[in-house]
Design a binder for this molecule. Structure first.
Ligand SMILES: [Zn+2]
Length: 128
């Protein structure tokens, strides 16, 4: 269930509450009971939509964090220490052989100058 459906369910539930206020306070009234059932159902829909929205936001946060880390890694282009012409660009990344379980990576950087091809291997620690 998406947020729009949830919001319209909330709107509907509010409408039911308003109409309940107008009904005479006869608790045996069939109309009253029907409206209450509809209200409970509407609120259940709202709860489900909000739970789904929370999950979706959490997934989006994770995706954004991953993209930010990727952008940061791609932007760490620095001048090649060998030729001083090319940039050291991320070439490959794999889990670190010893510290991979902690999210550490072994990243290989390669000079963009085709006449140089200098490579460097660095340990990457997330958040550093
Ligand atoms: Zn170079």
């Amino acid at each position: 269930m998406d947020l729009i459906t949830g919001l319209s369910a909330a709107q509907q539930a509010i409408g039911i509450v308003k109409s309940l206020r107008d009904i005479e306070r006869d608790l045996d009234s069939a109309t009253y009971k029907a409206q209450m059932a509809e209200l409970y159902s509407g609120l259940a829909d709202v709860k489900m939509a909000l739970t789904d929205a929370q999950t979706q936001l959490h997934e989006k946060d994770q995706a954004i964090r991953l993209l930010e880390e990727t952008i940061k890694a791609l932007k760490t282009g620095e001048a090649c220490p060998m030729c001083q012409e090319g940039q050291m660009k991320l070439f490959s990344a794999k889990p670190h052989p010893e510290f991979g379980v902690f999210g550490h990576e072994e990243r290989k950087f390669k000079c963009t100058n085709s006449e140089c091809d200098h490579t460097a291997v660095r340990k990457y620690v997330p958040g550093e």
